[in-house]
Design a protein around this ligand. Sequence first.
Ligand SMILES: [Zn+2]
Length: 269
Amino acid sequence: MKKVAASVYVETGFRGCNASLVVTGEGVVMIDTPQVPAEARQWRDEITRHGEVVYLINTEPHGDHYSGNMFFGGTVVGHEGTREAIRTATVKQLEDMLRRVAPESLPLEKGFRFRPPTITLSQRLTLHLGDHTFRLINLPGHSPYQVAVFVPEERVVFTGDNVVNGTPPFMHQALPFEWLKTLDYLEKLEVDVIVPGHGEPCDQSYLPTMKATVRKWIDAVAAAIKQGMSLEEAQEKVAVIDLADERARMIQRMNIGHLYEVLKATPAR
Ligand SMILES: [Zn+2]
Protein backbone atom coordinates (compact mmCIF):
# COMPACT_ATOMS: atom_id res chain seq x y z
CA MET A 1 0.00 0.00 0.00
CA LYS A 2 1.32 3.40 -0.99
CA LYS A 3 0.50 6.74 0.54
CA VAL A 4 -0.09 9.16 -2.35
CA ALA A 5 -1.49 12.14 -0.42
CA ALA A 6 -1.99 13.08 3.25
CA SER A 7 -4.97 10.73 3.75
CA VAL A 8 -4.97 8.66 0.55
CA TYR A 9 -3.65 5.12 0.14
CA VAL A 10 -3.44 3.01 -3.01
CA GLU A 11 -2.61 -0.65 -3.59
CA THR A 12 -1.43 -1.32 -7.14
CA GLY A 13 -0.32 -4.91 -6.59
CA PHE A 14 -3.60 -6.81 -6.70
CA ARG A 15 -4.52 -9.04 -9.66
CA GLY A 16 -7.18 -6.62 -10.86
CA CYS A 17 -7.65 -2.89 -10.60
CA ASN A 18 -6.06 -0.46 -8.18
CA ALA A 19 -7.84 -0.38 -4.83
CA SER A 20 -7.77 2.87 -2.85
CA LEU A 21 -8.97 4.48 0.33
CA VAL A 22 -9.34 7.96 1.72
CA VAL A 23 -9.25 8.24 5.50
CA THR A 24 -11.53 11.01 6.78
CA GLY A 25 -12.24 12.21 10.31
CA GLU A 26 -15.49 10.23 10.26
CA GLY A 27 -14.46 6.98 8.60
CA VAL A 28 -13.02 5.50 5.44
CA VAL A 29 -14.12 5.93 1.84
CA MET A 30 -13.00 3.13 -0.49
CA ILE A 31 -12.60 3.38 -4.23
CA ASP A 32 -13.02 0.01 -6.01
CA THR A 33 -12.33 -3.46 -4.60
CA PRO A 34 -9.95 -6.35 -5.39
CA GLN A 35 -11.56 -9.08 -7.53
CA VAL A 36 -9.57 -11.98 -6.04
CA PRO A 37 -11.31 -12.97 -2.77
CA ALA A 38 -8.08 -13.65 -0.83
CA GLU A 39 -6.77 -10.21 -1.81
CA ALA A 40 -10.08 -8.58 -0.87
CA ARG A 41 -9.84 -10.14 2.60
CA GLN A 42 -6.24 -9.01 2.94
CA TRP A 43 -7.27 -5.49 1.91
CA ARG A 44 -10.15 -5.55 4.42
CA ASP A 45 -7.68 -6.34 7.21
CA GLU A 46 -5.44 -3.43 6.19
CA ILE A 47 -8.36 -1.01 5.91
CA THR A 48 -9.72 -1.96 9.33
CA ARG A 49 -6.64 -0.34 10.84
CA HIS A 50 -7.72 3.01 9.38
CA GLY A 51 -11.35 2.92 10.54
CA GLU A 52 -14.75 1.80 9.46
CA VAL A 53 -15.78 1.94 5.80
CA VAL A 54 -18.61 4.43 5.32
CA TYR A 55 -18.77 4.58 1.51
CA LEU A 56 -17.49 2.24 -1.17
CA ILE A 57 -17.40 3.87 -4.59
CA ASN A 58 -17.16 1.82 -7.79
CA THR A 59 -15.63 3.79 -10.66
CA GLU A 60 -16.96 1.57 -13.46
CA PRO A 61 -19.15 -1.35 -14.58
CA HIS A 62 -16.40 -3.96 -14.98
CA GLY A 63 -15.92 -6.99 -12.75
CA ASP A 64 -12.30 -6.30 -11.86
CA HIS A 65 -13.49 -3.16 -10.02
CA TYR A 66 -16.55 -4.40 -8.13
CA SER A 67 -16.31 -8.17 -7.62
CA GLY A 68 -14.87 -7.77 -4.12
CA ASN A 69 -17.65 -5.48 -2.86
CA MET A 70 -19.25 -8.10 -0.59
CA PHE A 71 -16.14 -8.33 1.57
CA PHE A 72 -16.51 -4.73 2.76
CA GLY A 73 -18.97 -2.67 4.74
CA GLY A 74 -20.27 0.76 3.91
CA THR A 75 -22.82 2.00 1.42
CA VAL A 76 -21.94 1.20 -2.19
CA VAL A 77 -22.11 4.19 -4.55
CA GLY A 78 -21.78 4.10 -8.34
CA HIS A 79 -23.24 5.01 -11.70
CA GLU A 80 -26.72 3.75 -12.62
CA GLY A 81 -25.11 1.80 -15.46
CA THR A 82 -22.70 0.17 -13.05
CA ARG A 83 -25.56 -0.88 -10.80
CA GLU A 84 -27.29 -2.43 -13.81
CA ALA A 85 -24.09 -4.23 -14.90
CA ILE A 86 -23.59 -5.66 -11.42
CA ARG A 87 -27.24 -6.69 -11.12
CA THR A 88 -27.03 -8.64 -14.37
CA ALA A 89 -23.51 -10.06 -13.91
CA THR A 90 -23.25 -13.79 -13.28
CA VAL A 91 -21.00 -15.49 -10.78
CA LYS A 92 -19.94 -17.77 -13.64
CA GLN A 93 -18.33 -14.80 -15.43
CA LEU A 94 -16.29 -14.07 -12.34
CA GLU A 95 -15.33 -17.74 -12.01
CA ASP A 96 -14.12 -17.78 -15.62
CA MET A 97 -11.99 -14.71 -14.92
CA LEU A 98 -10.58 -16.14 -11.69
CA ARG A 99 -9.77 -19.41 -13.45
CA ARG A 100 -7.35 -17.37 -15.57
CA VAL A 101 -5.87 -14.99 -13.00
CA ALA A 102 -6.22 -16.79 -9.65
CA PRO A 103 -7.30 -20.44 -10.07
CA GLU A 104 -6.49 -21.15 -6.43
CA SER A 105 -9.42 -18.96 -5.40
CA LEU A 106 -11.97 -21.42 -6.82
CA PRO A 107 -14.45 -22.62 -5.81
CA LEU A 108 -15.86 -19.36 -4.46
CA GLU A 109 -17.12 -19.47 -0.89
CA LYS A 110 -20.74 -20.40 -0.25
CA GLY A 111 -22.99 -17.37 -0.28
CA PHE A 112 -20.75 -15.36 -2.61
CA ARG A 113 -22.73 -12.53 -4.12
CA PHE A 114 -22.20 -9.25 -5.89
CA ARG A 115 -23.14 -6.12 -4.04
CA PRO A 116 -24.47 -3.40 -6.38
CA PRO A 117 -24.58 0.32 -5.52
CA THR A 118 -27.58 1.39 -3.45
CA ILE A 119 -26.87 5.06 -4.11
CA THR A 120 -26.52 5.83 -7.82
CA LEU A 121 -25.81 8.82 -10.01
CA SER A 122 -26.26 9.55 -13.69
CA GLN A 123 -24.09 12.69 -13.93
CA ARG A 124 -22.80 14.08 -10.65
CA LEU A 125 -23.03 13.41 -6.95
CA THR A 126 -21.15 14.95 -4.04
CA LEU A 127 -20.52 13.09 -0.78
CA HIS A 128 -19.27 14.80 2.37
CA LEU A 129 -17.57 12.93 5.17
CA GLY A 130 -15.55 14.50 7.97
CA ASP A 131 -13.70 17.40 6.35
CA HIS A 132 -13.50 15.67 2.96
CA THR A 133 -15.50 16.22 -0.21
CA PHE A 134 -15.94 13.50 -2.82
CA ARG A 135 -17.05 14.86 -6.17
CA LEU A 136 -18.30 11.99 -8.32
CA ILE A 137 -18.41 12.97 -11.97
CA ASN A 138 -19.62 10.82 -14.86
CA LEU A 139 -16.87 11.09 -17.50
CA PRO A 140 -17.60 8.74 -20.43
CA GLY A 141 -14.69 7.11 -22.24
CA HIS A 142 -13.56 3.61 -21.33
CA SER A 143 -17.29 2.97 -20.82
CA PRO A 144 -20.33 5.26 -20.82
CA TYR A 145 -20.64 4.87 -17.04
CA GLN A 146 -17.19 5.91 -15.82
CA VAL A 147 -17.18 7.86 -12.59
CA ALA A 148 -14.17 9.97 -11.60
CA VAL A 149 -13.81 10.65 -7.89
CA PHE A 150 -12.25 14.06 -7.26
CA VAL A 151 -11.19 14.85 -3.69
CA PRO A 152 -10.22 18.55 -3.70
CA GLU A 153 -8.83 18.58 -0.13
CA GLU A 154 -6.27 15.95 -1.16
CA ARG A 155 -5.79 17.25 -4.72
CA VAL A 156 -6.37 13.70 -5.97
CA VAL A 157 -8.61 12.22 -8.66
CA PHE A 158 -9.41 8.52 -9.09
CA THR A 159 -10.18 7.91 -12.75
CA GLY A 160 -11.02 4.23 -13.15
CA ASP A 161 -9.80 2.94 -16.51
CA ASN A 162 -10.17 6.27 -18.31
CA VAL A 163 -6.51 6.41 -17.34
CA VAL A 164 -4.37 3.25 -17.29
CA ASN A 165 -0.65 3.36 -16.75
CA GLY A 166 1.68 0.79 -18.29
CA THR A 167 -1.04 -1.46 -19.67
CA PRO A 168 -3.12 -1.21 -22.88
CA PRO A 169 -6.61 0.29 -22.55
CA PHE A 170 -9.63 -2.00 -22.95
CA MET A 171 -11.99 -0.47 -25.50
CA HIS A 172 -14.79 -3.04 -25.78
CA GLN A 173 -17.33 -0.57 -24.37
CA ALA A 174 -15.53 2.65 -25.27
CA LEU A 175 -16.88 5.97 -26.49
CA PRO A 176 -13.60 6.94 -28.16
CA PHE A 177 -14.25 10.62 -28.92
CA GLU A 178 -15.84 11.27 -25.53
CA TRP A 179 -12.77 9.61 -24.03
CA LEU A 180 -10.51 12.26 -25.60
CA LYS A 181 -12.74 15.01 -24.18
CA THR A 182 -12.66 13.38 -20.77
CA LEU A 183 -8.85 13.44 -20.82
CA ASP A 184 -9.01 17.17 -21.65
CA TYR A 185 -11.31 17.64 -18.68
CA LEU A 186 -8.94 15.77 -16.35
CA GLU A 187 -6.12 18.02 -17.51
CA LYS A 188 -7.96 21.03 -16.07
CA LEU A 189 -8.74 19.60 -12.63
CA GLU A 190 -6.74 21.05 -9.77
CA VAL A 191 -4.94 17.89 -8.73
CA ASP A 192 -1.41 16.77 -7.97
CA VAL A 193 -2.11 13.05 -8.20
CA ILE A 194 -4.05 10.89 -10.63
CA VAL A 195 -4.86 7.39 -9.43
CA PRO A 196 -5.43 5.35 -12.62
CA GLY A 197 -7.59 2.23 -12.85
CA HIS A 198 -4.49 0.10 -13.33
CA GLY A 199 -0.79 0.85 -12.85
CA GLU A 200 1.20 3.37 -10.87
CA PRO A 201 -0.29 6.64 -9.66
CA CYS A 202 0.83 9.53 -11.86
CA ASP A 203 0.07 13.19 -12.46
CA GLN A 204 -1.35 15.32 -15.25
CA SER A 205 1.90 15.13 -17.24
CA TYR A 206 0.85 11.57 -18.14
CA LEU A 207 -2.43 12.64 -19.79
CA PRO A 208 -0.97 13.54 -23.22
CA THR A 209 0.47 10.01 -23.38
CA MET A 210 -2.91 8.53 -22.52
CA LYS A 211 -4.59 10.73 -25.12
CA ALA A 212 -2.06 9.67 -27.75
CA THR A 213 -2.77 6.03 -26.94
CA VAL A 214 -6.53 6.41 -27.44
CA ARG A 215 -5.89 8.44 -30.59
CA LYS A 216 -3.55 5.77 -31.97
CA TRP A 217 -6.28 3.11 -31.73
CA ILE A 218 -8.87 5.39 -33.33
CA ASP A 219 -6.53 6.36 -36.19
CA ALA A 220 -5.42 2.79 -36.90
CA VAL A 221 -8.97 1.49 -37.16
CA ALA A 222 -10.15 4.54 -39.14
CA ALA A 223 -7.32 3.94 -41.63
CA ALA A 224 -8.28 0.27 -41.97
CA ILE A 225 -11.89 1.23 -42.69
CA LYS A 226 -10.73 3.82 -45.23
CA GLN A 227 -8.68 1.16 -47.00
CA GLY A 228 -11.81 -0.95 -47.28
CA MET A 229 -10.76 -3.69 -44.87
CA SER A 230 -13.45 -5.92 -43.44
CA LEU A 231 -13.67 -6.24 -39.68
CA GLU A 232 -11.92 -9.61 -39.83
CA GLU A 233 -9.11 -8.21 -41.97
CA ALA A 234 -8.69 -5.27 -39.62
CA GLN A 235 -8.51 -7.57 -36.60
CA GLU A 236 -5.97 -9.68 -38.44
CA LYS A 237 -3.76 -6.97 -39.98
CA VAL A 238 -3.88 -3.87 -37.81
CA ALA A 239 -1.34 -4.08 -35.01
CA VAL A 240 -1.53 -1.25 -32.50
CA ILE A 241 0.25 -3.02 -29.66
CA ASP A 242 3.01 -5.58 -29.49
CA LEU A 243 1.19 -8.88 -30.08
CA ALA A 244 3.60 -10.89 -27.99
CA ASP A 245 1.12 -13.10 -26.19
CA GLU A 246 -2.43 -14.41 -26.22
CA ARG A 247 -3.63 -11.64 -23.89
CA ALA A 248 -2.32 -8.94 -26.24
CA ARG A 249 -4.03 -10.65 -29.20
CA MET A 250 -7.28 -10.82 -27.21
CA ILE A 251 -7.12 -7.07 -26.44
CA GLN A 252 -6.32 -6.34 -30.08
CA ARG A 253 -9.34 -8.32 -31.39
CA MET A 254 -11.65 -6.88 -28.75
CA ASN A 255 -10.62 -3.23 -29.19
CA ILE A 256 -10.65 -3.33 -32.98
CA GLY A 257 -13.97 -5.21 -32.98
CA HIS A 258 -15.65 -2.44 -31.02
CA LEU A 259 -13.90 0.56 -32.61
CA TYR A 260 -14.65 -0.74 -36.09
CA GLU A 261 -18.35 -0.70 -35.31
CA VAL A 262 -18.23 2.75 -33.70
CA LEU A 263 -16.17 4.33 -36.48
CA LYS A 264 -18.28 2.79 -39.24
CA ALA A 265 -21.27 4.54 -37.69
CA THR A 266 -19.42 7.79 -36.84
CA PRO A 267 -16.46 8.60 -39.10
CA ALA A 268 -13.26 9.71 -37.35
CA ARG A 269 -12.98 13.32 -36.26
ZN1 LIG B 1 -12.86 -1.42 -17.03
